[in-house]
Write a protein that binds this ligand. Structure first.
Ligand code: IMP
Length: 203
């Protein structure tokens, strides 16, 4: 088994990646297990820049292959905001229940066809030889008219997925993982890591 560090302190993300990588030859270890904290500032202009910066920065500390992700929601009516600033949007300490109501106010009277939005996730893996692998996942939907659902986190209660007739906060976690930005990016990354392992780079 090869150890890969996942640069996150988010337990949900860890659970998700461990499940997806459970049949692989990789053993996911955490920064907590290594006794290090995340000191990398996410100040890039794109999800990819932030994920690459975090993965490379932590890899230099751990000297092990390191995965990092960055994600957020793009709302077309708000010129794709909050995008990379999703975690800070309207104030890092503002509860999501309030942020979500504010977004609904910003989109008051906006018709359904103009309420398009998407969650985006980019995962980067920094290898110890300096190579970087990236994978992206996109989850398309609309901004709902009212918040609904108790599952998930963040903007899930206002993210309506037409094909399922519900918000991502009303979805069972397994369904969300199957179709979500993070699930898609993680599965793509797992595939790319298997491919490079098969080529003999990561034993
Ligand atoms: P980060 O990738 O941990 O920096 O998180 C970015 C922010 O995007 C989160 O704090 C949430 O506000 C938002 N976000 C990312 N993925 C999701 C999701 O699956 N559901 C709801 N909000 C999300």
């Amino acid at each position: 088994m090869t150890d890969i560090v996942f640069a996150t302190s988010n337990e949900n993300k860890l659970k998700e990646i461990r499940k997806i990588m459970s049949d692989s030859r990789y053993n996911i270890i955490t920064m907590k297990q290594l006794g290090i904290a995340n000191q990398i500032e996410e100040d890039g202009n794109t999800f990819c820049e932030n994920a690459v910066k975090k993965a490379s920065g932590i890899m230099k500390i751990t000297e092990k292959p390191t995965l990092a992700d960055d994600s957020g929601i793009e709302i077309d009516f708000l010129d794709k905001k909050p995008g990379v600033h999703s975690a800070m949007f309207l104030g890092i300490d503002t509860p999501y229940s309030i942020r979500n109501l504010e977004i609904l106010k910003m989109l008051k009277d906006v018709p359904f066809e103009k309420r398009t939005a998407r969650f985006v996730c980019v995962i980067a893996c920094a290898l110890t030889n300096g190579d970087i692998i990236t994978a992206e996942g996109v989850f398309e939907g609309h901004i709902a008219y009212d918040p609904k659902g108790e599952n998930g986190f963040g903007y899930d209660p206002i993210f309506y997925v037409k094909e399922y007739g519900m918000t991502s906060a009303e979805m069972d976690i397994n369904l969300k993982n199957c179709i979500s930005h993070r699930g898609k990016a993680l599965r793509d990354m797992a595939k790319k890591l298997e491919e490079i392992a098969n080529k003999g780079y990561l034993k």
